[in-house]
Design a protein around this ligand. Structure first.
Ligand SMILES: NC(=O)C1=CN([C@@H]2O[C@H](COP(=O)(O)OP(=O)(O)OC[C@H]3O[C@@H](n4cnc5c(N)ncnc54)[C@H](OP(=O)(O)O)[C@@H]3O)[C@@H](O)[C@H]2O)C=CC1
Ligand SMILES: O=C(O)CCC(=O)C(=O)O
Length: 488
């Protein structure tokens, strides 16, 4: 039997029903490690399908917002339990669909479950403050109300955690959802939504429509009945979404790219800094917005750091992400492979020195996937393309600096400001870094990636719309404040 005959078709989820797109068209979602393997077929929906989903969400919002916060939280606990029962299946689907290794995919799914439980608890916490009124007989307080229908547009690199860290707070604060996952990882998304269905979420509270970004994503941006849009993805699309939302007065929240620096000072624990640079830069094949991309190393320890780093990078085993021996899987798609290879070519053309890697891997089975070597450059000058643009692949640029001041100036000399790390034992250097680095996530003696669900997450400069997601910060986007004055 061929692989294809066993492949399942995944449907849209609208008003509590699994339904085909009105186009009757589906698209294959393929395994980036074995491009002949189809993980599932997903719907290629039209604006008509989106309209139905929005109408269902609009209808459901009246009842959903009337439930108490704790009652909405109970649904999130049930979704978490359903996901926990299916954790291995969801993680394996993620690995097969976008290529991160199985332990990473399982860790991400576990994180999704923990996010659901965290926001389930948020349903019991306070939503306002009492503020003294100038009228001694009046009572003044704030409360919060949901936005209404929220459009959730997500990328393929965290196909479980990102949708959940947007949908869980949306739901617990009383919104209903129209979810458009990246088409690249729509099978994994469908499995998350299946857990919502299994948990008995009322019809219309969450709706999923798969299809292209230019049709369904743009349709969400333009839809007059969608009150808020939350997005993670590229800067180009994010800016378009922000402009579209602003034009029609919808609330929006954007999380976009990064060009994250690590600074290694001469007093650093070099083994720790090397391991963190490799983990932060190359885990998930470098496809994290928080991935380490530029490594500023003080000249006195530069050669030692480089030698230790290269020795470890050379040991990285690249291969099929379901193989327990594999440390680094493929890039998520052919498009991503071509983008990363073109950045590597640009680095060479612009005069950087390629120290290691740089090639597509095509030996034996690898030729059927989108594999690239872990890649390290040096002699990277600050204005080179690979020092400025987000690569979103396993590519590190080493840059020699003489002082912390020089490192800070260069680290800040990019359009992005998402995350940043420093390795040092000196408290003064730590404090200078905390004060002066332009990043929303600042990490000391720890890798640049590593977001904790209970803390605010978001970037400065072009990395975000200056809002924050996750933790208690989520309430700011998913609700509106009402200031109430009462006098008997
Ligand atoms: N910050 C981050 O975490 C991420 C950053 N990126 C960066 O973006 C680059 C390109 O990745 P890519 O997947 O193309 O990212 P996109 O920004 O194109 O995709 C993110 C999401 O937006 C959707 N989308 C695409 N076009 C529109 C539109 N016009 N209106 C509304 N929604 C739209 C996509 O749909 P669909 O995919 O179905 O077309 C997807 O669901 C990467 O190389 C990386 O640099 C990418 C992903 C995540
Ligand atoms: O580093 C993380 O865990 C989150 C990264 C992220 O949000 C992203 O890549 O989009």
């Amino acid at each position: 039997m061929s692989v294809e005959t066993m492949v399942k078709t995944y449907l849209n989820y609208i008003d509590g029903e699994w339904v085909s797109a009105s186009t009757n068209e589906v698209e294959p979602s393929i395994n980036p490690a074995k491009k002949y393997e189809i993980v599932g077929y997903v719907q290629k929906s039209s604006k008509k399908d989106l309209d139905k989903a929005v109408a269902a969400a609009k209808k459901a919002k009246q009842q959903w917002r009337k439930l108490s916060g704790p009652a909405r939280g109970e649904y999130l606990f049930k979704i978490a339990n359903a996901m926990e029962r299916r954790i291995d299946e969801i993680a394996e689907t993620m690995t097969r669909e976008m290529g991160k290794t199985f332990p990473e995919a399982k860790g991400e799914t576990a994180r999704g479950i923990a996010i659901l439980r965290y926001y389930a608890g948020e349903g019991m916490r306070k939503v306002g403050d009492v503020i003294p009124s100038t009228d001694s007989e009046g009572l003044m307080f704030t409360t919060r109300v949901p936005l209404g229908v929220v459009g959730v547009i997500t990328p393929w690199n965290f196909p479980v955690a990102i949708p959940i860290w947007k949908m869980a707070p949306a739901l617990v604060f009383g919104n209903t959802v129209v979810f458009k996952p990246a088409q690249e990882t729509a099978v994994t998304a469908a499995k998350v939504v299946e857990c919502m269905d299994e948990a008995g979420l009322p019809s219309g509270v969450v709706n999923m429509v798969t299809g292209s970004g230019s049709v369904i994503g743009q349709g969400i941006v333009d839809h007059p009945d969608i009150n808020g849009i939350t997005f993670t993805g590229s800067n180009q699309v994010g800016k378009q979404i922000g402009q579209g939302a602003l034009a029609r007065g919808a609330k929006y929240q954007l999380e976009m790219g990064g060009k994250n620096p690590v600074i290694v000072l001469e007093d650093a624990d070099l083994d720790l800094a090397v391991d963190a640079t490799i983990s932060g830069g190359l885990r998930s094949t470098g496809q994290k917005c928080t991935a380490t991309s530029r490594v500023f190393v003080q000249s006195t320890v530069y050669d030692q750091f480089k030698e230790n780093l290269l020795a470890k990078v050379k040991q990285i085993k690249v291969g099929d992400s379901m193989d327990p021996e594999t440390w680094m899987g493929p890039l998520a798609s052919e498009k991503q492979l071509q983008t990363v290879l073109s950045y590597i070519r640009k680095g060479i053309e612009e005069g950087a020195t390629l120290l290691y890697g740089g090639r597509r891997l095509e030996e034996r089975e690898l030729k059927n996937g989108f594999f690239v070597e872990p890649t390290v450059f040096e002699n990277v000058s600050p204005k080179m393309t690979i020092a400025q643009e987000e690569i979103f692949g396993p590519v590190l640029a080493l840059i020699k600096v003489d002082t912390l001041e020089e490192a800070l100036i260069l680290a800040n000399d990019v359009q992005y400001g998402l995350s940043a790390s420093i390795f040092t034992k000196d408290i003064g250097s730590m404090l200078s870094f905390i004060n002066e680095i332009e990043a929303g996530l600042v990490r000391i003696n720890a890798e640049s990636a590593g977001v904790e669900l209970q803390a605010p997450f978001g970037g400065m400069k072009q990395s975000s719309s200056h809002s924050r997601e996750q933790g208690q910060a989520a309430i700011e986007f998913f609700t509106a404040i009402k200031t109430v004055f009462v006098k008997a």
